[in-house]
Design a protein around this ligand. Structure first.
Ligand SMILES: [Zn+2]
Length: 158
């Protein structure tokens, strides 16, 4: 049951987390960037059953008190934030760190649209037309994800 639910996980990020939004889409998670007032965020997240990612303690507490889901993130950078999310998803949904921290070529990191395979190891966004492929930038992406995995291992030992 938990495993099935994990595939449906969707996120909403607040105004402080634009960069994180693009990373989550790269990891295959439907994520909307929603830089609005707290009340609008709470409404949208409950309507679409999204987990709210925020660094705002008050917003976080309000969501939990209304029975919604939220993960409180540090403001110390994307790698730290991804490691917090990884630990949460493992504890709550049994998603392994390797499964979470792998690029999926499922969603466009720019617009959250669905990617379609086009030609050899290329994918194209059905909404905005952006193309994706495994290129020179790949090394940086892999390195970042490796660093996050090391952070997660460190944090989960605490
Ligand atoms: Zn797109």
């Amino acid at each position: 049951m938990r495993r099935e639910a994990s595939r449906e996980l969707k996120f909403l990020t607040d105004s402080m987390h634009g960069k994180l939004t693009r990373w989550l889409r790269m990891l295959g998670y439907d994520t909307i960037y929603y830089p609005r007032a707290d009340d609008e965020i709470i409404h949208k997240a409950s309507e679409e059953r999204r987990i709210v990612l925020t660094s705002d303690t008050e917003l976080y507490r309000r969501i939990l008190s209304k029975g919604g889901q939220s993960i409180l993130l540090p403001l110390s950078g994307t790698e730290d934030q991804l490691s917090h999310i990884a630990i949460h998803l493992k504890n709550e949904y049994g998603i392994s760190y390797d499964e979470f921290l792998a690029v999926k070529f499922r969603l466009c990191s720019l617009c959250n649209g669905q990617l379609q395979p086009s030609s050899n190891n290329r994918w194209k966004c059905g909404s905005c037309g952006q193309e994706y492929w495994v290129g020179g930038h790949w090394r940086n992406i892999s390195r970042t994800l490796e660093r996050v995995k090391r952070l997660v291992v460190g944090l989960s030992k605490e």
